[in-house]
Design a protein. Structure first.
Ligand code: UDP
Length: 402
């Protein structure tokens, strides 16, 4: 949906709006291009769909192109993604060659004459090799880079070295062995998107009914792609422990991103593991992409979980905090930037299933404490992780190259 900057006045105030418009002047006449590999599913698409629209609204011509790839290409880049987050990979010449070939083909018919190029994540990273470079190129990496597989990192670095800057989501992801200038820029959410906007009770009920989610028991939810790093299997374990103490229901909502071929495998594993619970209606798995459902679900939940083993930033956490929900989440990646443990939610070590269950039970038993944490969480998001702040940071960083 088309956005206008003044729509955000009520949320952030006039000064912020003015500041954005003022800073945007520095980029007048410049044409910015973002390139990533999916238009839906996952945090990057979420950020681009809202951010690109607003950049244009404040007078900065900003385009968005999507790298086309075969399923095999996305299987390989998913492996690279996993390897960047520390996993072992069988790194063959064939993988490298399909990766390069896809980028080379795309470059052949994708003409670039923009003033600044921002490339997101590893999929389109090598594109830079196939253009006569006439402008600054920025690699915006949304992945947790704190412990990359050395072989893959070394391979990808040969492209990263051609870039003018690398933007990461967390101070901890800056790399010592990279001479390229590295900057931190936090992701953000759009409070007016269908995923985050206030919903009337009637709409919430309608959507829960539509997706056959009963509300006779408290709901615990995790909204995340079916991905091993999001640990949906672990969430089921946590739920089993919680369920021994309190009657409740788990909803796992995880549509598949187009560039994430592993999702079906993980989904099937979860379905097998939770079969009896699914049968009894205590666990509900949802795979359809629907922003209003995500919104309704997060708003209905008694507690929101994010049991990631690795997490670039964790926009689902941001979304839940914005809805003033108590969140129990892993102490990994960008999550501790968002939650102050014991104040605006709980942080638990990722493999501590019992720790997760204890916190969830506590929050369900103490609704006042849960509500207080939720309020503090919302305040943090308002101050640090809304699109308006993101836009301002973006404009300022881009202006350095203008
Ligand atoms: N998301 C969604 N539907 C789903 C699962 C995820 O719309 O079924 C959205 C979620 O609301 C969030 C984004 O995808 O906006 C996930 O971003 P996050 O940073 O949490 O993780 P990523 O998928 O980028 O690793």
């Amino acid at each position: 949906m088309r956005r206008y900057i003044e729509d955000y006045r009520d949320i952030v105030g006039d000064e912020v709006i003015y500041e954005i418009c003022k800073e945007a002047r520095k980029l007048y006449g410049k044409h910015i291009l973002h390139i990533n590999s999916t238009y839906q599913g996952g945090g990057v698409a979420e950020i681009l769909s809202a951010g690109v629209s607003l950049m244009n609204d404040v007078g900065v011509d900003t385009g968005w192109r999507i790298l086309h790839g075969s399923p095999d290409f996305f299987t390989i880049t998913k492996k690279f993604h996993n390897a960047l987050q520390g996993e072992h990979i069988h790194f063959t010449e064939m993988k490298k060659s399909l990766y390069m070939q896809t980028n080379e083909e795309f470059a052949q018919y994708t003409h670039i004459n923009h003033d600044i190029i921002v490339v997101h994540d590893p999929q389109p990273l090598p594109l830079i090799r196939f253009y006569k470079k006439k402008q600054p190129w920025i690699w915006r990496c949304h992945v947790d880079l704190s412990n990359p597989n050395p072989e893959v990192w070394d391979f990808l670095k040969s492209f990263i070295l051609r870039y003018d800057a690398v933007w990461v989501s967390n101070e901890k992801y800056k790399s010592d062995d990279l001479p390229v200038e590295q900057r931190v820029i936090h992701p953000f959410i759009d409070p007016l998107s269908s995923k985050n906007i206030e919903l009337p009770e009637s709409v919430i009920k309608k959507y829960l009914r539509k997706f056959s989610i009963p509300t006779d028991k408290p709901i615990i939810t995790q909204v995340s792609r079916f991905d091993k790093w999001k640990d949906p299997m672990g969430v089921v374990e946590v739920f089993k422990l919680v369920k021994e103490e309190m009657d409740c229901r788990l909803v796992l909502c995880g549509s598949a991103a187009r560039d994430d071929p592993e999702a079906t495998v993980i989904y099937e594993e979860v379905r097998r593991k939770a079969k009896p619970l699914i049968k009894s209606g205590d666990v509900i798995l949802i795979t359809r992409e629907n922003n209003i459902l995500v919104n309704a679900l997060q708003r209905t939940a008694a507690v929101v979980l994010q049991k990631s083993l690795r997490e670039g930033f964790g926009l689902t956490v941001t979304e839940a905090l914005w809805k003033a929900k108590p969140v129990v989440a892993s102490n990994v990646g960008g999550i501790p930037l968002q939650i102050e443990d014991g104040k605006s939610g709980y942080l638990v070590e990722p493999n501590d299933v019992e720790g997760f269950a204890d916190r969830v039970i506590e929050l369900m038993q103490k609704p006042e404490k849960a509500a207080q944490m939720g309020r503090r969480g919302r305040k943090t998001v308002k101050e640090k992780f809304l699109i308006t702040r993101g836009l301002l940071e973006h404009i300022r960083l881009l202006s350095e190259f203008a």
